[in-house]
Write a protein that binds this ligand. Structure first.
Ligand code: SF4
Length: 308
C-alpha cells in the first residue's frame, strides 16, 4: 500500500503485478453446489439467488470460451491492452470430478491474454484430489481461491444455512496455505443481529488465518430467496448507504496493510434486488468511502494492532 492509498485494492495489486489493467471475466462453469443439490442441503444459503451468487457471470448454456468472448468484446474498446483473470464465480467451482475441473480451467486459461484464474468455492469442497489439482495450477499460473465464509459466528452461520462449521474453514485455510495457494475470504456485513464488534472479529479472524485477500459486501436481500421471506416478515434493520460507508471505512482500519481488498461493496442485478436499493449506486458508495476515510484520517491498518 502506498502513502496515497487508503486501502490496498485488488486493482492496485494487479496493476503492480502485471504492469497493466487486469480485468476479471466472470464465468459460470456449469457447476452445482452441495448446499443446494441435496448432498448437504436443498435450500442453499438463505441469501443465495438462483444464479448461485453469480449474477454477473456469463451464461452457463454457453461454452466458457464464448462467455469470455462475449465479455471481452464489450471491454476491448475501452481497455484494448488489458489482461484477464478467468473468474469461476457461480456456485461451487471445485464441485466436480478432477477431469471436468481440469477441462474447464484449461479452457479458460487458453483464452488470449488470460494471466490467471480465480476459483470461488466452499471450504468443504476441497478434497485431497482437488487440492492436488489446485497445487498444479498454482505452480503454472497466477491462482487464488475464494471461500464464502460470510461470518465466523456459528449462530449467524446457522441462520444463513451456510452448511459447514468454522473448523472446516480452518482446515481448508491450513491445507491451501501449506500449498502456498492464495486465499480470499468473503464476508457479508449487516447480517441480522451482528454488531460492529462481531464483524470486526470476523475480519480479525480471517486476517489471523492468513488470508491473502478479503471481499466485503453489504447484505443484499434478493427476490425469491428465503432471506426475502424472512426480511418481509421480520424487517430486520438494513443500514443506509451512509451508515454502510461509515461501517466499512472503520472496519478496513483493522486490517493489516498487506491484505488485498477485493471488494468493499457489491452490486446486485436491479431486477433481482429487493433491498437495500442503494447498493445499485456503487459509485456513490465507493466515493463515499474515500471521502469518509479521508475526512476522518482513516486508512487500512490504522487500528490493526487493536484487533490482536
Ligand atoms: S455455497 Fe454459494 S452457491 Fe452454494 S448455496 Fe451458498 S452461496 Fe449459493
Amino acid at each position: 500500500m502506498s502513502d496515497t492509498e487508503l486501502y490496498f485494492s485488488l486493482n492496485n495489486y494487479l496493476r503492480r503485478k502485471f504492469g497493466s489493467k487486469v480485468i476479471k471475466l466472470s464465468i459460470d462453469g456449469g457447476f452445482s453446489c452441495p448446499n443446494r443439490d441435496g448432498s448437504i442441503a436443498r435450500g442453499g444459503c438463505i441469501f443465495c439467488s438462483e444464479e448461485g451468487s453469480g449474477e454477473f457471470s456469463g451464461d452457463r448454456n454457453l461454452s466458457i470460451t464464448q462467455q469470455m468472448l462475449d465479455q471481452t468484446s464489450l471491454l476491448s474498446s475501452k481497455w484494448p491492452d488489458s489482461k484477464y483473470i478467468a473468474y469461476f464465480q457461480s456456485f461451487t467451482n471445485t464441485y466436480d470430478t478432477v477431469e471436468n475441473l481440469r477441462k474447464k480451467y484449461d479452457e479458460a486459461l487458453a483464452f488470449p491474454n488470460v494471466v490467471g484464474i480465480a476459483i470461488a468455492t466452499r471450504p468443504d469442497c476441497l478434497s485431497s484430489e482437488v487440492l492436488e489439482l489446485l497445487a498444479e495450477y498454482n505452480s503454472r499460473t497466477f491462482l487464488w481461491v475464494e471461500l464464502g465464509l460470510q461470518t465466523i459466528h456459528e449462530k449467524t452461520a446457522d441462520f444463513i444455512r451456510r452448511g459447514y462449521d468454522l473448523k472446516t474453514f480452518d482446515t481448508a485455510m491450513k491445507n491451501l496455505g501449506s500449498l502456498k495457494i492464495k486465499t480470499v475470504a468473503h464476508l457479508i456485513l449487516n447480517l441480522p443481529d451482528e454488531s460492529f464488534d462481531d464483524m470486526r472479529n470476523s475480519l480479525g479472524y480471517v486476517s489471523d488465518m492468513g488470508v491473502w485477500g478479503v471481499k466485503l459486501q453489504m447484505l443484499n436481500v434478493l427476490k425469491n430467496t428465503d432471506l426475502e421471506k424472512h426480511y418481509l416478515s421480520d424487517r430486520f434493520y438494513l443500514r443506509t448507504a451512509d451508515e454502510y460507508i461509515e461501517l466499512v471505512s472503520n472496519l478496513i482500519t483493522y486490517l493489516p496493510p498487506d491484505i488485498v481488498i477485493h471488494r468493499v461493496t457489491g452490486d446486485g442485478k436491479k431486477e433481482s434486488l429487493l433491498a437495500p436499493v442503494w447498493v445499485l449506486n456503487k459509485r456513490y458508495v465507493l466515493n463515499g468511502i474515500q471521502k469518509y476515510m479521508r475526512s476522518n484520517n482513516l486508512y487500512q491498518s490504522k487500528n490493526y494492532l487493536d484487533i490482536c
